[in-house]
Design a protein around this ligand. Structure first.
Ligand code: ATP
Ligand code: F1X
Length: 314
């Protein structure tokens, strides 16, 4: 079973318009509502593939209840930790060429007792998890080492642990020696303390992160694909995305693809990029199912240090 922890879930509203122009009124062509937050998305993709999973999240107000309602038809088991402030709603504006602008709320303020209840729910379930994924931003009131604490608790319970977050919480989580981290380019640059120019820089930082105790580093690079560095080697994979409908959640789909792969290393990277590529073809933060995913179309090579990262958001 793969348990996902999302300290700051969200009700994701995706609005499709022709073109975003600052300061104008826009008429939406379509609106789509998804249960969201990074760990929630990972659990959705896993459930769609028939992988036993459980999404653990704080839940408050009508937004929290709606997330659980939307997860039910996707057959995602949920453990809700009740909190008094309402769960946030996040907005994605997608233009007709696939350009996506995201507006994320900070999230509710959790009390110390609510944070303790979340940690206790993690401790209760970690012993039954093969993997535990802890991901996303932290709402107000959470200590910045919350992901790090969850990593330690899950490791102590014998679970493999994957982390997908950013900034200081990511730095602290790396020090807790998780089995896997999944930074995007901006997050890896944050860990490096400066901009990264090419795959050579990505490789060097990923090796440094591993040397500090992280098992494997899966770096997602948007349209450029992804790099994996683990204890057995390093690879670069690219997919073919025909049509980009929404990039929201592509990183989460990718992490699910990595975790559901039957083999580690190169095979897991292939599955990860197949999932990421499939996700961008789907509207909103919809997660791909196994029929959407084509690992045989993913190209995996040795890492060419000279490939430039210009044009990838960092
Ligand atoms: N524009 C794109 N074209 C093709 N593939 C893409 C594109 N954007 C993302 N992908 C695929 O999805 C994977 C994850 O994307 P990305 O690096 O944007 O993750 P992320 O920043 O963590 O996303 P999120 O936080 O929205 O989940 C990439 O490695 C790639 O395989
Ligand atoms: O604000 P955070 O926690 O960093 O990210 C939240 C979020 O953008 O991540 C998911 C996509 O990865 C969305 O479902 C959700 O809205």
């Amino acid at each position: 079973m793969i348990v996902t922890v999302t300290p700051n879930p969200s009700l994701d509203r995706t609005v499709q318009i022709d073109r975003l122009t600052a300061g104008s009124v826009h008429r939406a062509r379509r609106v789509h509502l998804d249960p969201g937050g990074k760990g929630v998305n990972v659990a959705r993709a896993l459930a769609a593939a028939g992988v036993p999973t459980l999404a653990l999240l704080p839940s408050g107000g009508p937004e929290g209840a709606r997330i659980a309602e939307l997860l039910a038809p996707e057959a995602v088991p949920v453990v809700e930790v009740p909190v008094s402030a309402p769960t946030r709603s996040n907005l994605a504006v997608v233009e007709s060429d696939g350009t996506t602008s995201k507006f994320n709320e900070p999230g509710p303020e959790l009390t110390a007792a609510e944070v303790a209840a979340l940690e206790s729910a993690v401790a209760d379930r970690a012993g039954r998890a093969g993997w535990l994924v802890t991901s996303g931003s932290l709402p107000e009131g959470c200590p910045e080492d919350l992901h790090a604490r969850i990593v330690r608790a899950a490791r102590a319970a014998g679970a493999g642990v994957a982390v997908d977050t950013s900034g200081r919480p990511l730095e602290l989580a790396c020090r807790a020696a998780p089995d896997l981290v999944k930074p995007n380019l901006a997050e890896l640059a944050g860990l490096a303390g400066g901009p990264l120019r090419d795959l050579g820089d990505v490789l060097d930082v990923a090796h440094r992160v591993r040397a500090d105790g992280v098992g494997a580093v899966l770096v997602s690079l948007g349209r450029l694909g992804a790099v994996l560095v683990d204890g057995t080697g390093s690879w670069y994979a690219t997919g073919v995305a025909t049509e980009v409908r929404s990039t929201v959640g592509a990183g989460d789909a990718m992490l699910a693809g990595f975790l559901r792969a039957s083999d580690p290393g190169e095979a897991a990277l292939r599955s990860a990029v197949a999932y990421g590529t499939a996700a961008v073809r789907l509207a909103g933060s919809r997660m791909p199912g196994p029929d959407d995913v084509h690992p045989q179309r993913v190209r995996v090579d040795a890492v060419d240090r000279t490939v430039s990262l210009s044009g990838v958001a960092a």
